[in-house]
Ligand binder design. Structure first.
Ligand SMILES: [Zn+2]
Length: 427
């Protein structure tokens, strides 16, 4: 069961509690709701002495979605889970559109101007805005969780493959298929490097075997540069033959295999600047930070027979992973929406001005993105509506409820239950 966060009146994070216990605290007026998403209570008394169980915040950063899990290392209980959806692609598209509009304007109207170029500098550690936003999203949430739960350590998936483990993979016979960690890392790496197809016949989507290019019997080594993938047919056909004899009739394939074998996996696939930037950010929290590889995550997850979900991947990051108890956990789905635009004048797809807007964001105490509850007592729309609000200067708002958008709800009926913070939430 996903638990409810509690902090005391001095804002000290306490052990998260069961929802039933939270209801009781609210009923007895010993606590009030601090935040809806994630659900957090604030006690009405100070509890400086009460002991807390340390939790570990685990992160599996991805390009689209980052998995987040809060795990109690001692009991293996997953206390809370979330999936954070980034808006990197939205940022990229907005910047592309802006660049195209400016370029087109220059071509139409300012061709006479001297070009200025090479006059921009980028600070050290600069990341593209779409990547930076991912780091910033995660930073925001790490800070939020550190404030609401007794977090003492962080785990992050840093690299996809642990190259050190593979430098000299100790591979004998079928061992990789038997589920050792080293075998796992090697297998994942080879799948990526050889593009999930048989090196000899190119067949896809079949079970692969790890294949020594230069057969062991002929003195081939166990080094990662001597390994490839093959389907079982080709594996049997090749046997201990020399690869040059085996592929005598296909010289171009032979050449490709030998070339590909020597090449290390492209850096971009194995190393990820965003994740390293995130690691630097996490180190600033002064909690102990553990890092793990993608191979290790997958190994942990398959050892415990867990399905491939972002939050479960997060829970399986790192060596510290205990046997997990995930009973009843429903992840909170967090979507980053940004804070709107600061453009006064939007454009259509041809670059022509489309609309003028005011820079006033707050209308009658509400702003677009607040989550509100409206209890309408008169008129055609009698009823109760909960959802994200879209504000208008007229005071007639739209509310995006679960069952669709309801328009024309007066601000008079609305009360905010979660102020806009740039994210939207679902369970
Ligand atoms: Zn084959």
């Amino acid at each position: 069961m996903s638990k409810v966060f509690v902090i005391d009146t001095d804002k000290r994070p306490l052990d998260p509690i069961h929802p039933a216990q939270a209801r009781q605290l609210l009923r007895n007026k010993k606590a009030s709701v601090l935040r809806r998403f994630p659900f957090t209570l604030i006690l009405k008394e100070s509890r400086p002495e009460s002991p807390v169980l340390p939790l570990r915040l685990k992160l599996d950063p991805g390009a689209k979605i980052t998995g987040i899990a809060l795990v109690n290392d001692a009991t293996g209980e997953v206390v809370f889970a979330a999936e954070l959806k980034h808006r990197g692609f939205a940022i990229r598209d907005a910047l592309t559109s802006r660049r195209q509009l400016r370029r087109s304007r220059r071509n139409r109207k300012t061709r006479y101007r001297q070009p200025r170029f090479l006059n921009r500098t980028r600070p050290q550690g600069w990341l593209a805005p779409s990547l930076q936003s991912r780091v910033d999203n995660i930073k925001t949430w790490v800070e939020k969780f550190v404030k609401t739960a007794p977090i003492k350590a962080i785990s992050q998936e840093l690299v996809r493959f642990n190259m050190q483990l593979m430098r000299n993979p100790d591979i004998q016979g079928e061992e990789y298929q038997q589920g050792t960690l080293c075998g796992y890392e090697t297998r994942e790496y080879l799948l990526e490097k050889w593009e999930r197809q048989c090196a000899y016949c190119g067949v896809k989507d079949v079970p692969f075997q790890i294949e020594h290019i230069q057969a062991r019997a002929k003195g081939g080594s166990n080094s990662i540069t001597n390994l490839t993938l093959s389907c079982s047919k080709c594996n049997i056909k090749k046997g201990t033959k020399d690869i040059k004899d085996f592929l005598k009739k296909e010289p171009s394939r032979l050449e490709n295999i030998l070339k590909q074998a020597k090449r290390p996996l492209a850096d971009a696939a194995a190393v990820n600047t965003t994740r390293f930037a995130l690691l630097e950010v996490l180190k600033e929290t002064e909690l102990s930070v553990e890092t793990g590889s993608g191979g290790l995550t997958k190994f942990n997850r398959s050892q415990q027979n867990l399905p491939k979900l972002h939050w479960l991947d997060a829970a399986c990051v790192g060596k510290s992973t205990p046997t997990l108890n995930i009973k009843g956990i429903k992840p909170l789905l967090i979507t980053a929406n940004g804070h709107g635009t600061r453009q006064i004048c939007g454009t259509d797809k041809f670059g022509f001005p489309k609309r003028h807007r005011t820079n006033k964001q707050i209308h009658y105490g509400f702003q677009t993105g607040d989550i509100v509850k409206a209890v309408v007592t008169s008129g055609k729309k009698i009823g109760e509506y909960v959802g994200r609000v879209f504000c208008r200067a007229t005071g007639n708002f739209d509310i995006a409820t679960k069952s669709g958008r309801v328009s024309g709800i007066s601000y008079k009926y609305c009360s905010a239950i979660h102020k806009k913070d740039g994210y939207s939430y679902e369970y």
